[in-house]
Design a protein around this ligand. Sequence first.
Ligand SMILES: [Zn+2]
Length: 433
Amino acid sequence: MKRPVVVVWTPRAWLVTTAAIGAVVVMLLVLARAAVRVSAPLSDAVCGKVIVIDPGHGGDDCGARGRSGLAEKDVVLDIGRHLAGLFNRVAVYTVMTRDEDEDLAGDGSLGPMQRKRLDLESRVDLGARSGADLYISVHANSFPEPVWSGAQTFYHSKSEESKALAQAIQKELVARLGPNLRKAKPGDDYFVLRKSKMPAVIVEAGFLSNPREESLLAQPDYRRRVAEAIFHGTVNYLVESYKRRRGAEGQRAGAEPVSDLRTEGPPHDGAESVLRSKVRAALNPADDEVILYFAGPTNFDDDLLPEIRKTAGIAEAASPEERASKIVAELLKGPAGGSVLCPTIPKGTRLRALRIADGVAYVDFSRELASSHWGGSRAEEITVYSIVNTLAELPEVERVQILVEGASAVTIAGHVILDEPLEPNFDLVRFAK
Ligand SMILES: [Zn+2]
């Protein structure tokens, strides 16, 4: 037979109970202060949404690293966890692609570059299966020189909703973490932005290659503020998107996910060919000169800038392949001595092979292109298009397939998958227009 529970009310028990009630009251007060309040109209736009939070990299893939050793994978996981906590408080469901220090590649027998591809595919699959409304990938940037700084958000240029989300987040990043002149930018080659079917953004929380930002990102309080900026930007976007749909549908805005299929069209628009011919006309290379693309020198132009260079033997090259190989050799050397431009290809990278067929240059680099890369999505994009844009100066080359150690469909730094020949991208080129 069960004995009844007898509560003996002693002065000591009273004290303990009072202390416990006091603690709960204090906790509620603290929570109320910290809580993110959502007013009634906002709740229709925000509550019940499902958001994928994707902290980049993980496990063996550290992503970018700061000078102090701070790893992108750890910074972004912490920001992702904070962000999930903020969303959960306003009844937004979150799906974390990872909540531990691990990647999503599964198969342990694959090489690092193949693992990164599988890892990115798994993240996108998880997003699709979750039926989420939004996809927010969190990364930290890195560049070959320490001058670049500032958090920045990227979107797919063919998705208006992604652009609106990215701009809303960028606005909060600037307002809450500034000074920062960066704007939301297209990042059409980033795998998770290309493949996600819902509005999707990549938030680069700052540059680990910039000592000031590295020390900020090392602080838990700063990472919390990054998460708050992403949270408030996303809420603002959801409210605006809700209002827009409500306006469009009369008073009947539903809770259905925003339909946002990427519109079809060429990967980079026609304005680039105009810029390209302007670059050529202005630089007017002689027969023994080539145009090479390197990274810009200041925090305001993390873009590609052309350098014109006299190259011995280029005019006499016996074949397009020989000419292309000579051009790549110049690119591998980096900017000319005394130039303010920055290299785009890691030291030690070698050209293994190059052939041209049907307008496509297949250019195979040694593993250093990936293994010694400094990381960061923008830096990866700059590396890829410094190669593609430079080679596409040859009349025989329309597109470029980059390979690493003979393998295609790999990734250099874990954001862009080289699964098809790429057309030159002059959106990335900064030039007096
Ligand atoms: Zn990254």
